[in-house]
Design a protein around this ligand. Structure first.
Ligand code: G3I
Length: 352
């Protein structure tokens, strides 16, 4: 009897003490960087797309990019086929090597982006009118030369990118015209052979909710895994439009990948664009969307991390492509934190 009273008293005491400890812990977390908090909250990372040429011409940008706010870099453009093999057989790793070397010096991991993609492909690949046998050799050579060059220095590779149409059919490309979907399986096997330690991803956009594209990617990954193909993760690009987020669908899809397919989920290219000008109201709504995405990642067991597609509006690809839209990132053009940054931090600190 006495023991149970003592235990109950103990429980009550620790229950009342808990909020204070929790508050102290939150205070400590708040002093840390996004990446440090994400690590504590489930071993996740926060990363950013970047390229070295930008850092070379913008010191304040470099300071934040190399800071501990991010622990993962994705080369925004310098590991694409057109950059690495602009002419047949003539590989040029200069810029990509600079990025990998600076990443290692500043303690960042690198997500390699991307081995096989219909876009930013060197023009000679299509112009050559190669036979399927020649094209297979060329593709294997590209995948393996690149993966081997960086072997051991890349922790994720985006192996194939954007291979489906919105209706879930295979996207028309020089690769799908020659091989149907077989090139996808081959690319994963080739990449794994060349760099057995890298986690290999398939990436796409507009497939966060219950869309035909989501079904197609999910079915393909299920099939590949059954065949023993080394596919380890799905990368959701996450190029979102303000107010257009299917938060619940996104969470459902990511959970299916994580818990049923048993693959990792990376939010690989997050940005949320808004119609310009950016008013305080729009920035607050954008912050709410960033909050949803971050919460969803934390709610998914195998969501390994979030990468912003650049971290500042100053270098976002959005305004150049979508007229009248922009400001999609957590920092503004003057490298000042926006409400979106605070929203991501708040969710990470809360851990849910
Ligand atoms: O390097 C040339 C430069 O020499 C030239 O003076 C300049 C003139 O426009 O163009 C430069 O190339 C640009 C390149 O980015 C490097 O800055 C291209 O025009 C431009 O089209 C290219 O855009 C990139 C785009 O992919 C190409 O598809 C964006 O920066 C990049 O953010 C974007 O990233 C993609 C991901 O790889 C895949 N998912 C979608 C995402 C957004 O489109």
């Amino acid at each position: 009897m006495k023991l149970s009273i003592a235990l109950t008293a103990g429980l009550v005491a620790s229950a009342t003490a808990a909020p204070t400890i929790g508050a102290i812990f939150d205070k400590i977390l708040n002093k840390l960087s996004l990446d440090q908090i994400a690590k504590i909250r489930g071993g996740r990372y926060i990363g950013t797309a970047t390229d070295v040429w930008i850092m070379e011409q913008d010191a304040p940008y470099k300071k934040i990019t190399t800071s501990n706010e991010y622990s993962v870099w994705t080369p925004e453009n310098t590991m694409k086929w057109e950059t690495l093999q602009p002419q047949q057989g003539a590989f040029n790793f200069t810029e990509a090597d600079k990025l990998v070397s600076l990443a290692r010096k500043t303690g960042k991991k690198v997500r390699g982006h991307t081995l096989v993609w219909h876009s930013q492909l060197a023009p000679w690949v299509e112009a050559g009118n190669f036979s399927p046998a020649e094209l297979k050799k060329i593709t294997k050579n590209h995948v393996q030369t690149v993966a081997r060059h960086f072997r051991g220095k890349i922790f994720h590779w985006d192996v194939v990118n954007e291979v489906f149409n919105e209706d879930g059919t295979l996207r028309d490309s020089v690769f799908s015209r020659a091989f149907g979907e077989d090139f996808i399986e081959w690319a994963f096997r080739w990449a794994h052979e060349a760099d057995p330690h890298a986690k290999l991803y398939i990436t796409d956009y507009n497939f966060e909710g219950d869309t035909p594209k989501t079904k197609a990617v999910t079915a393909l990954v299920r099939k590949l895994k059954k065949k023993g193909v080394p596919v380890h993760g799905i990368g959701a690009q996450g190029h979102f439009i303000l107010g257009n987020l299917d938060g619940e669908g996104m969470k459902r899809t990511w959970k299916t990948w994580s818990d049923d397919l048993k693959v990792d989920v990376a939010i690989a290219e997050l940005d949320i664009r808004i119609p310009m000008p950016a008013t305080p109201e729009k920035l607050a709504a954008q912050a709410a969307d960033y909050e949803t995405v971050t919460k969803n990642c934390l709610a998914v067991k195998r969501c390994v991390g979030i990468t912003f597609w650049q971290w500042t509006d100053k270098y976002s690809w959005v305004p150049g492509v979508f007229t009248g839209e922009g400001a999609p990132l957590p920092y503004d053009e003057d490298l000042k934190r926006k409400p979106a940054f605070d929203a991501v931090k708040k969710v990470l600190v809360a851990g849910k």
